[in-house]
Ligand binder design. Structure first.
Ligand code: RBF
Length: 159
């Protein structure tokens, strides 16, 4: 397993840009909310930690991860939004719903980023079970929400 024994929230933060004037949208799926709330907190606090202003961070909820693409598009098309972070958690079940949702949201978020020429970050966990999700939402493998925020900041530097 690629993430075994790694704290995924250890990342290089050298040379991050000034984001004090940047505006962020965080779109959060309500499914598996124990996980997605923890991811959101990680993303939100990390943006603040690296210089974003609270007034420049907007949040919107969508019912499930499948709806993240549309939610991301609503914000990406706004001229005053610089980057969008999509937060979700799709847990594998007995059927293949997770495959369909994961592929759709990955493709959908990519499409939104390319259409609006803005960073749209894939902060979606795709675990086999709840424990794997919790391990990556503030547990032994760090918080992927933190990483999503850092990724957004790094992508703004690229732009
Ligand atoms: N949404 C999630 O964000 N995470 C899930 O684990 C999840 N599991 C689902 C399982 C099934 C069988 C279905 C039908 C939907 C699931 N959804 C899940 C909701 C999905 O993202 C979306 O909100 C709904 O399909 C409505 O478009």
């Amino acid at each position: 397993m690629s993430s075994a024994n790694k704290n995924l929230s250890v990342f290089s933060t050298d040379g991050l840009p000034d984001i004090s004037q940047k505006r962020f949208a965080i779109v959060v799926a309500e499914w598996n909310s124990e996980v997605t709330e923890a991811l959101y907190e990680g993303a939100y606090q990390t943006l603040l930690q690296y210089g974003a202003r609270a007034a420049n961070i907007v949040r919107a909820n969508v019912p499930g991860s499948y709806e993240l693409s549309f939610g991301a598009q609503v914000f990406a098309q706004k001229p005053d939004i610089d980057a969008v972070i999509a937060i979700g958690c799709v847990i594998q079940g007995e059927t293949k719903h997770n495959d369909y949702i994961n592929h759709a949201v990955a493709q959908g978020l990519t499409n939104v980023a390319l259409k609006y020429n803005k960073p749209v970050i894939f902060g979606v966990l795709t675990p086999n079970n709840q424990q794997q999700a919790l391990d990556r939402a503030g547990g032994i493998h760090g918080n992927k929400g933190d990483e999503a925020a850092i990724t957004a900041i790094k992508m703004l530097k690229l732009k």
